[in-house]
Design a protein around this ligand. Sequence first.
Ligand code: KDG
Ligand code: MG
Length: 403
Amino acid sequence: MKITHADVIVSCPGRNYVTLKIRTDEGVYGIGDGTLNGRELAVASYLKDHICPLLIGRDPQKIEDIWQYLYKGAYWRRGPVTMAAISAVDIALWDIKGKIANLPVYQLLGGASREGVMVYCHATGSDIPAALESFEHYRDQGFKAIRMQCGIPGMSTSYGLAKGNNKAYEPATKGKPEEQAWSTEKYLDFVPKLFEAVREKYGFETHLLHDVHHRLTPIEAARLGKSLEPYRLFWLEDPTPAENQADFRLIRQHTVTPLAVGEVFNSIWDCKQLIEEQLIDYIRATVTHAGGITHMRRIADFAALYQVRLGSHGPSDLSPVSMGAALHLDLWAPNLGIQEYMGYPEAALEVFPHAWSFNQGYMHPGDVPGIGVDIDEKLAAKYPYEPAYLPIARLEDGTLWNW
Ligand code: KDG
Ligand code: MG
């Protein structure tokens, strides 16, 4: 079997996605996701200009060899653009392998470790009453785990706030990045009140999560973790930027609130120290940014040695193809924690027909051979790429901060 075509499709059915379609001389094809929010065209070019020509004529069944060829062969290892491109190829090749074997990918990985994958959604509101309403909305849909974000008194906006009337949270803006003001002091004073309100009204039955989105220093994060302990969070996410992995030692010394990190990671090297020193509880790297199923499986096995569990990033800025691939990995991984499921714009669900499903707080990748997600190319063509960027954050004095 040989690869005959590798085509990149960039579309915007609600938001931008970079999809790779690999076709073979035997008619079997595979689909992969390489979306990198705000830098989509860089990945598309990396694929089109540097990877696709190298794939033609190769045996698509040699997933490991192709992975090593693209990783070591480029000489320039790692980095979000390179790894998103490798991920797209890897996911498409697992899709092909599953189709050849006539098995869903989770079966190729070793079979299901559970009936379904627990997922968490995003509740959001401009103030505490609105956030509580949003919590109820998702709890009534059956979610067992809910991420809580909320507007902060005295700040015009904050991370995780939906624009408009409790609509889906979508931070990217068309054209240039939006600028937002950030006050650590106001945030730190307010967040415990939000969780106190949720626990007081709804008790402890639902898992609660919160995303700090890299905005605190280690000592501030330690303080927040400590102040949230009475509300027993499932996790506190990205409390501080993780470039310096040793920073997490300080947070860990002060709080037993579980920590989740890694949505911006692109290889096992980004989380090696965090995992080895047990500085985190959940690793949030994804199949789309951290080298596909092949590399994520390596991260999962490594993490398992240290009782760190998978908690993959699953925002709507990764395509439904990514969700499918993640769910196969999750269903297999003995050390699954939870999967993020933010939902998708309606148009995206139509462009990407999928076998995965949601039921009462759990998801399943489906039993279709391969990944179980396709792309309707004709429909995708009706949604051309639109430049869009994530916001940036500045402190109230104008200093550029972590968004
Ligand atoms: O593209 C960036 C988003 O995916 C990110 O801001 C969402 O933090 C996020 C999350 O936890 O889903
Ligand atoms: Mg996050």
